[in-house]
Design a protein around this ligand. Structure first.
Ligand SMILES: Cc1cc2nc3c(=O)[nH]c(=O)nc-3n(C[C@H](O)[C@H](O)[C@H](O)COP(=O)(O)OP(=O)(O)OC[C@H]3O[C@@H](n4cnc5c(N)ncnc54)[C@H](O)[C@@H]3O)c2cc1C
Length: 466
């Protein structure tokens, strides 16, 4: 505590002008300021600096380097492994940098590095357009984008990074650069999947796509014991569909909310959550075969404004719950793997615990494995197994279920995992995730962050080229 207290005292002397945007241990609001989305993460930074400009980010980086303390960068604070914070070091909190400016003529949107997706979805919807993102509105644009970005519109418009056209970045030496296809193209390549390894992105610029006032979206649920039949259907059906149709597979417990019939509340089900960029008739045609699979308990596909769809799951995944997840990329769903999914899905340990298979084909396959840092372009699904409960006393139970499920299914995986669904799993796992792109990432890291200042992430170690 002595070290961290002296850090905040030094910050007050040296980071002049940041005033009450510097928070240290003992300050009112410290506990609130240090809290991240995952309640399992309980770190005590020496200092949290809420930066409001690239210049302030640069000054804070320089301060951290001078005092030889680790620096964490926080976008939305959603990272499962808690990579938006660090013990005894400095957190650069970007939540004050949350401007969103839509440019209708250029069909782009400029987004502050500390935005959450609700801020972006709300602004783009007003202009009749969209940037593909995830499935939760409270997630940070920063972390989600830098890791890839997978969600309801992935098959339609690609990963979030496939729609990134430029980024303003503060580098480890404090310089401010632009990364795009024409400026610092190596950095631009690395930012698209390489996480927060290369600098602090203060502004993202995305290409937007026109989107109607509503999409056709919602779930189909089946009794959990029908999971094998549903998953066998899903593995054939989904990849054969046009890109306008997305559907992620989910093992879940039906939440006890008015949206669902009371008789389904708290029932464990196998589900597919659909999102179709099309009319009601087009959705009905595309999904006609779904009604012949097993005996659906509910088919709740309806016209929904995109921002509403994006916030449907928010209440289930509120800040502060104990969450533990494991992930894999998956190419195939053979019958014996499906039996394992049934066994572990029947043991879902809490209301919000879940297993999701997100499609990463469609438009995401139009980009090659080494066109961006995101290597698994040949994979069919990004799987995540998520044990989550509000009660800290159940944290171990959540972890054990998650790890048990993952241990059983991992042998069938394609190897690596989506970086944004990883905990602290070690260097080999990071390498497995970037496959052939790892060595190039290590060279770009050596160029832009040779001292590994940005290491609170799925870390790529700097390795100069020979
Ligand atoms: C409930 C829940 C649902 C999710 N659903 C999805 C989903 O549908 N699709 C999906 O793709 N992912 C999803 N995720 C995963 C999410 O993408 C990651 O957790 C991601 O890391 C969150 O980004 P963040 O900015 O909120 O996180 P943070 O914890 O703030 O940051 C995560 C990492 O990104 C770095 N970082 C963040 N912003 C910047 C920046 N501006 N510049 C440089 N580095 C930065 C941080 O340093 C850190 O290493 C979900 C997460 C949760 C908890």
């Amino acid at each position: 505590m002595a070290v961290t207290a002296s850090l905040s005292e030094a910050a007050r002397r040296e980071l002049t002008g940041l005033g009450d945007r510097v928070t240290g241990p003992g300050d009112a609001g410290y506990d609130e300021a240090r809290a991240v989305h995952n309640g399992m993460i309980d770190r005590h930074p020496g200092l949290i600096v809420s930066c409001a400009s690239p210049a302030e980010v640069a000054r804070t980086i320089a301060f951290g380097r001078e005092h030889s303390v680790p620096i964490a960068v926080r976008g939305g604070g959603h990272n499962g492994g808690g990579l938006g914070t660090v013990d005894d070091g400095i957190v650069i909190d970007l939540s004050n940098m949350a401007e969103v400016v839509v440019d209708d003529d250029r069909q782009t949107v400029r987004v502050g590095g500390g935005c959450t997706w609700s801020q972006v979805d709300g602004a783009t919807a007003e202009h009749g357009c969209v940037v593909p993102a995830g499935i939760i509105s409270t997630t940070g644009v920063g972390g989600l984008t830098l890791g890839g970005g997978i969600g309801h519109l992935t098959r339609r418009f690609g990963l979030t990074i496939d729609n990134l056209v430029g980024a303003d970045v503060v580098l480890a030496d404090g310089s401010q650069v632009r990364a795009s296809a024409d400026e610092n193209p190596d950095l631009f390549w690395a930012l698209r999947g390489g996480g927060g390894n290369f600098g602090v992105v203060t502004t993202f610029e995305f290409r937007t796509h026109p989107l109607g006032a509503t999409v056709m979206a919602g779930p189909t649920f089946w009794p959990m014991e029908q999971l094998p039949e549903v998953m066998r259907f899903y593995r054939e059906f989904l990849p054969a569909q046009p890109q306008a149709l997305n559907g992620f597979f989910a093992s879940l417990t039906v939440p006890p909310v008015d949206l669902f019939p009371a008789e389904l509340h708290m029932r464990k089900v196998a589900g597919i959550v659909w999102c179709i960029d099309g009319s009601e008739d087009e959705a009905a045609d595309l999904l006609a075969p779904v009604h012949d699979v097993g005996t659906p308990l509910l088919h709740g596909v309806m016209a929904v404004p995109h921002p509403v769809l994006q916030s449907l799951f928010d209440a289930l995944y509120v800040k502060g719950q104990q969450g533990y997840w494991r992930a894999d990329f998956v190419n195939e769903l053979p019958d014996d793997l499906i039996d394992i999914h049934l066994e572990w899905s029947q043991k879902l340990p809490s209301l919000a615990s879940t297993m999701h298979l997100y499609p990463i084909d469609g438009a995401a396959h139009d980009v090659g494995p080494d066109d961006t840092a995101f290597s698994y372009r040949d994979s069919q699904w990004a799987e995540v197994i998520y044990g989550i409960d509000p009660d800290p006393a159940r944290a171990t139970e959540m972890r054990d279920w998650c790890v048990g499920y993952w241990d059983a299914t991992h042998p069938y995986s394609a190897g690596g995992a989506y970086v944004n669904f990883m905990m602290d799993e070690g260097q080999e796992r990071v390498r497995a995730t970037y496959r052939g792109n790892y060595d190039r990432l290590a060279r770009v890291k050596a160029q832009y962050d040779p001292d590994n200042v940005f290491r609170v992430n799925q870390n790529i170690r700097p390795q100069p080229g020979s």
